[in-house]
Design a protein around this ligand. Structure first.
Ligand code: HEM
Length: 144
């Protein structure tokens, strides 16, 4: 009987080890960068939805700086979806992803410049562009 329990315990431990090795997806480096920019993006979008408040400009600037920092770190990474493709498609998807992310970096730099110039109308336009780039980017490059 003792032997039987020992076998059960060993089998359970083996399953646990296998679970942590092959089980739930770990966050990819890109998913980590994306998650790190998400809170700043959400509060900025929320603020602009209800009309930006000029008194909060410094806060908006630091939120854009956070998003920009993580966008810059993201540009060198490869979407998990690209890693599931054959070499040629992988290369082509990675190139399109890099170009799209570079475009967003440019938009973020323009958004930052508009905020620094206290041009909230231009800032709203850049933020709207970023929102479109984000949805398009997720549609094209994010795994289901
Ligand atoms: C401010 C803009 C953006 C925000 C706030 C944002 C936010 C997010 C969030 C929250 C995730 C899920 C992370 C997770 O799975 O834990 C994600 C995933 C992802 N995003 Fe974004 N995103 C933005 C822009 C973009 C752009 C412009 C692109 C492409 C050019 C992009 C490509 C991806 C990809 C490929 C993933 C899946 C992660 C992976 O493949 O490893 N995102 N994003």
């Amino acid at each position: 009987m003792t032997h039987y329990f020992k076998t059960i315990i060993l089998l359970s431990l083996a399953c646990l080890t296998a679970g942590s090795t092959f089980g739930e997806d770990e966050d990819t480096p890109l998913a980590k960068e994306m998650s790190a920019m998400n809170a700043a993006y959400r509060s900025l979008s929320k603020a602009f939805r209800s009309g930006p408040n000029p008194d909060q400009r410094a806060e908006y600037i630091s939120q854009v700086e956070i998003i920009l920092e993580h966008a810059k770190a993201s540009v060198e990474l490869v979407p998990a979806l690209a890693n599931t493709l054959a070499t040629e498609e992988k290369t082509s998807m990675t190139a399109s992803y890099t170009a799209a992310m570079q475009k967003s970096i440019q938009t973020l730099e323009q958004l930052l410049a508009a905020l620094k110039a206290e041009d909230f109308a231009a800032a709203s336009e850049q933020l709207a562009q970023l929102k479109e780039q984000k949805s398009a980017g997720h549609q094209r490059f994010q795994e289901d």
